[in-house]
Ligand binder design. Structure first.
Ligand code: NCD
Length: 310
């Protein structure tokens, strides 16, 4: 099922609809299995290495949880300051070294294209957990899994993607997957944080209906799904520009009350101020369920790339 055995996971555009169907099916089987048992043995003896050159809470812990729930082991480089990266080791030397220990590598790095560079240097599967402002394909897959679970289908989606569409790698990956299902997309951002032109024009060329707007309320009132994102402060060269756009779009109880339509709200997290905590109890607020889904999807991906799917 699925043909990810031995493959790297680097970009949202590498998946077919068939791959996504397989991933959803396998993840949902693991989700069911974990209702019966705490952990499985499918990846016993296998080792995952996590190399995180940028901060992470969910992605790293979620991969580590996924591997351990499948009976595998985890090794971690730890922080950049505590590893030989601090001595000036190159990325390729580091991954070549780690590939002597592990069966699969998960990497997050501030440079766009770094995950592919790592993948080209080693024979084992490399999974991109975020390369600068580039891609974050496993987040996109868990987003799709969540949408499928929350809405029951991936058909006829109307989605508002909101916030820092310029620097947000999660949206860059997610649009690739949504485009396979012909979703209708609103890109809601301040003018300075619009979706990169090459991504938007590529989607349009493939017949995807896109509307770019600054009017969040209007877009939200026509959407079934709202995908909020954080303004990516660390990517700004000029902090006064960040101060200008921070807090530009916020969902709070008042905003929700003003909407007549039912919406499901997703967010890759961490949030800063774009969703107020009062919204968390709204039935469509799915972002913590989304976090949990990440474990099942990453279990599926690890089992698939390691060729251990029953
Ligand atoms: C995202 C990331 O690192 O790109 N976080 C995540 O992996 N869930 C989103 C963000 O940092 O805003």
């Amino acid at each position: 099922m699925g043909n990810l055995k031995g493959k790297d996971i680097l970009h949202g555009n590498q998946f077919s609809k068939k791959d996504i169907d397989a991933i959803i099916k396998i993840a949902s089987n693991f989700e069911k299995e974990l209702k019966k048992k705490d952990s499985l043995t499918l990846l016993r003896g296998k080792i995952l290495a996590t190399l995180f050159y940028e901060p992470s809470t969910r992605t790293r812990l979620s991969f580590e949880t996924a591997m351990q729930r499948l009976g595998g082991g985890v090794i971690s480089m730890g922080s950049v300051e505590s590893s030989s990266v601090a001595k000036g080791e190159t990325l390729t030397d580091t991954v070549r070294t780690v590939s002597q220990y592990a069966d699969v590598i998960v990497i997050r790095h501030p440079r766009t294209g770094s995950a592919r560079e790592a993948a080209d240097a080693v024979p084992i599967p490399v999974i991109n957990a975020g390369d600068g402002t580039g891609q974050h394909p496993t987040q996109a897959l868990l987003d799709i899994y969540t949408i499928h679970k929350e809405l029951g289908s991936l058909k006829n989606l109307v989605v508002s993607m909101v916030g820092d569409l310029k620097n947000g790698r999660t949206v860059h990956a997610l649009v690739e997957l949504l485009s396979l299902f012909q979703a209708r997309l609103y890109f809601v951002s301040p003018g300075s944080l619009r979706m990169p032109e090459e991504i938007a024009s590529n989607l349009k060329q493939r017949g995807i209906e896109i509307e770019e707007t600054e009017d969040f309320r209007k877009a939200a009132s026509e959407s079934r799904l709202i995908y909020m994102t954080r303004i990516q402060k660390e990517r700004f060269e000029n902090l006064s520009e960040y101060e200008r756009v921070k807090g530009y779009y916020i969902i709070d109880e008042k905003f929700l009350k003003g909407l007549k339509n039912k919406v499901t709200i997703l967010h890759p997290l961490p949030r800063v101020d774009e969703i107020s905590p009062g919204v968390d109890t709204y039935h469509g607020a799915a972002y913590f369920r989304q976090v949990r889904n990440g474990v099942f999807v990453r279990m599926a991906l690890l089992a698939m790339v390691l060729g251990r799917i029953p």
